[in-house]
Design a protein around this ligand. Structure first.
Ligand code: PEP
Ligand code: MN
Length: 327
């Protein structure tokens, strides 16, 4: 949106009116004599009626620019994925181990998750790991383990795809295809996932702006994805006390300003289990439609991310609090 000023306007007064409405000025454009001619409003500003701005003293006109992410806007705050509604009163829980460890393990976890009202079984068959020597997941075979375990327990599947080559097989097994933080702007992967027509869970890149995140969601929808759910999982911070810096402002912005379905992942956000429950609550308070949480029956023996995994009993308590109990 561009707010144009009359030549005799008081620019600081107009600016005050703009800021008071929750709008941010991304750019100031001046005329040849150096007077402020236009304020260009940042896309992540509050939703304000342009007619209201046009009535501000000193404003000559307001031009609405073409929306940058029309399909995300059109999708709205509520989406239905395989019968699970994100954005409704009931919060959605997406839980499971960091990686799918064996079929028997997945079955055991899935049965327990179903009993505490979790909707999606999460877990990686293909794991992005910082070290080449770390466990990278069991690959394709784990997709079958996971899907059978989820089906037997009445859960849906969310799992990550890391490479374009694996998109067909992941889309065949997952109800919700996860794009990991490290791939948020891998546009070829986004296109390939979109083209399957599946819904996608789009994790925020660890150094991505909100605008870049929304545009990555637009890529998915423009390529044919049935729906996009955004997932805040923390951005790089300067403090090493937590693994990442869970950006609750981003959750609030997506939920309340952009009105997009967003969930929060406090497990990767904090990287430590003692902070998972408080950050999950905070995410819900900020407007998240659901929470992704890593869980393990024996975190000490988890093949990846044990330190941030909640034991099942703690997850059960959190789930009851967040969903009000039941299925
Ligand atoms: C995950 O959820 O398994 C994962 C690897 O998360 P992220 O992409 O947020 O690091
Ligand atoms: Mn993990």
């Amino acid at each position: 949106m561009i707010v144009s000023l009359k030549s005799d306007a008081d620019p600081s007064r107009v600016l005050r009116e703009i800021v008071a409405r929750g709008l941010w000025v991304a750019r100031v454009e001046r005329d040849r004599s150096g007077r402020v001619a236009h304020y260009v409003i940042a896309p992540c500003s509050a939703a304000v009626d342009p007619d209201e701005l046009a009535r501000v003293e000193g404003v000559i006109g307001v031009t609405s620019s073409t929306p940058a992410w029309p399909l995300v806007d059109r999708q709205g705050p509520t989406v239905d994925i395989a019968g699970v509604r994100f954005g409704a009163d009931r919060k959605v829980l997406l839980c499971g181990p960091c990686s799918i460890e064996s079929e028997a393990h997945a079955r055991g976890v899935a049965a327990e998750l179903a009993a505490i009202g979790v909707a999606f079984l999460r877990g990686g068959a293909f794991k992005p790991r910082t070290s080449p020597y770390a466990f990278h997941g069991h690959g394709e075979i784990a997709l079958g383990w996971m899907r059978r375990a989820a089906d037997a327990a009445g859960l849906r599947v969310v799992t990550e795809v890391m490479s374009e080559a694996d998109v067909p097989v992941v889309a065949e097994h997952a109800h919700l295809v996860q794009i990991g933080s490290r791939n948020m702007q891998n546009f070829a992967l986004l296109r390939a996932v979109g083209q399957t027509g599946r819904a996608a869970l789009l994790k925020r890149g660890m150094a991505a702006t909100i605008e870049e995140w929304l545009l990555a969601g637009e890529h998915l929808l423009a390529s044919g994805a049935a729906a996009v759910v955004f997932c805040e999982r923390g951005v790089r911070g300067f403090d090493e006390s937590t693994r990442n810096l869970l950006d609750l402002g981003a959750v609030a912005l997506l939920a309340h300003v952009h009105r997009a379905p967003v969930v929060v992942d406090p497990s990767h956000g904090a990287g430590r289990r003692d902070l998972v429950a408080p950050l999950a609550r905070a995410g819900i308070a900020a407007g998240a439609a659901g929470v992704m949480v890593e869980v393990h029956d024996d975190p000490a023996s988890a093949l990846s991310d044990g330190p941030q995994a909640l034991p099942m009993v703690d997850l059960a308590r959190l789930a009851a609090e967040i969903t009000g109990g039941g299925r």
